[in-house]
Design a protein around this ligand. Sequence first.
Ligand code: WTA
Length: 645
Amino acid sequence: MSDTKRYPVPAAFRQRALMDAEMYQRWYQQSINDPATFWGDRAQELLQWRSPWQSVCDWDFSTGDARWFDGATLNVAENCIDRHLAQRGDKAAIIWEGDDPAESKTITYRQLHDEVGRLANLLRARGIGKGDRVCIYMPMIPEAAYAMLACARIGAVHSVVFGGFSPEALKDRIQNAEACALITADEGVRGGRKVPLKANADRALSQCPSVHSCIVVQRTGGQVAWQDGRDFWYHEQVPQQPVDCPAESMDAEDPLFILYTSGSTGKPKGVLHTTAGYLLGASLTHRYVFDCQDDDVYWCTADVGWVTGHSYIVYGPLANGATTVMFEGVPTYPDASRVWQVVDKHQVTIFYTAPTAIRALMGAGDQFVTGTSRASLRLLGSVGEPINPEAWEWYYRVVGEQRCPIVDTWWQTENGSILIAPIPGAVDTKPGSATLPLFGVVPAIVDDQGKELEGAVSGNLVIKQSWPSQIRSIYGDHQRMYDTYFSTYPGTYFTGDGARRDEDGYYWITGRVDDVLNISGHRMGTAEVESALVLHPKVAEAAVVGYPHDVKGQGIYAFVDLMDGEQPSQALIDELKALVTKEIGAIARPDQLQFAPSLPKTRSGKIMRRILRKIANNEIDTLGDTSTLADPSVVDVLIAARLNT
Ligand code: WTA
């Protein structure tokens, strides 16, 4: 199906690109045929090791277990900071842009070294060391990166929790990881509004006896409650510490961080990543997918609370000695020209964002873009959800003025780094396709029985070989890793995504095939939202599905069945939406909430989400077979009361 346009690499870009088509092919083939040599060479080139490995890789997808660079030692903070000091001590490591356009600052690699060293020493002084879990609940300020790197320096395992999550969600994550410390701020600032981080933390910590230390960055100076003995001001404690902090020697397979992510069932899982393989995956992909060179100013707009922030704001760019921009605010504040203003202000050359942001900015009108220069830009990236061709074309034409390749990067928290994306100097792009697999990645498309399909087909996306930054475990529940990713289609890693492959071998990700929603690029389990809704005493049962949303990609549509005798009302809708915000956070708040006298169930009592999805998506004509329902008449009632989406 030659249904789409194909864009060759712009000539000017190709001339200075790190990798051309021949090199991509050669590397890719070697990475598949002889992974040990390929990854051994890359590991030598890209990372600094304290002692060598005994074996490059050892993996088994019948269990999902993988070990990379076994026996080697290294330290991630040393790789991201210390080794750059001789050549790049005065280079900007982080350019921070505040929510308020008048606020920004630059942190050089030397300053980064000192900040991280002091904080790492403070953590050690609080008795925190190798293997201890530290939770980080921060706004987008440089201290968030210092905190991650300080943990890495002393071998503590960080668990960053997105600042938009509720006290309840924070509590669950701290408890699951049994964290001994929390690093937070008094308040965050986003889009001119304050986020009460310390107050949220206090609520969470009242149920987290494992936390003995809470280190608080003063961001706004707002009033906060204080618990002596537990709470410490960052600005009082950190400056007293010495800058030199000997880095812990870490085994390649020692844990680096835990990051909670949503699945189709149960509570969020703590995805565990380890040291060497993760860092190699992040640095290699950051260098070659973004073609990042020494003079680039690279900006990824993600939040450090998500994996994109981990790999492509902090670890990948800093491992490569790059300049990474960190933005506290939102793309539309003070107005929709903000990101392009920031691009001009800091002369950003590489810009990486999510389709949701692109669609929102596109909707605001071209004048917000065309009123800025953007002459510094040479590459644009997209991540987190499928990008619709219309938004892709707009990004390419209006933002990049047809000189910047677009890298649509597909990957997941569990992957650690990008798996499918065009190498920008090597691979022609097609709007809406993540294109071709990266080094070491062997994707396949299987049908629902697990049979591999060849050629141009659609189906379920699996990966057939290990790659260095793959998930190593689910924290505290190793079995769940196997069950979730390696049991569905035995011998492969199941992504949970559907995909189509065209006759050029290009991959088109079609979205989740499980009960995971993708709201503005944020993963959310339907089960999590349902569990929050049924906490309300008036709710008997709830079922949540996604529906297409112009800006957010997907919106949340909730069907709620009330207890006998309870009456639907607007007040109750508001209450239920507020309950979800309180339990999880604003990103999980249902967009649509429809009361249902009962839910469509099979005779064995299983809710038929397929039908609810069709109703929410307004695909009433293709409902399919409803005869297996215990009571098919519920469907008509639900259709009649359907909300306009
Ligand atoms: C989706 C974010 C289409 C996908 C890095 C995946 C994408 C989930 C893309 C992972 C893309 C991510 N095109 N879909 N370029 N990138 N996704 O764990 O459904 O927050 O399974 O990682 O986002 O979300 P996560």
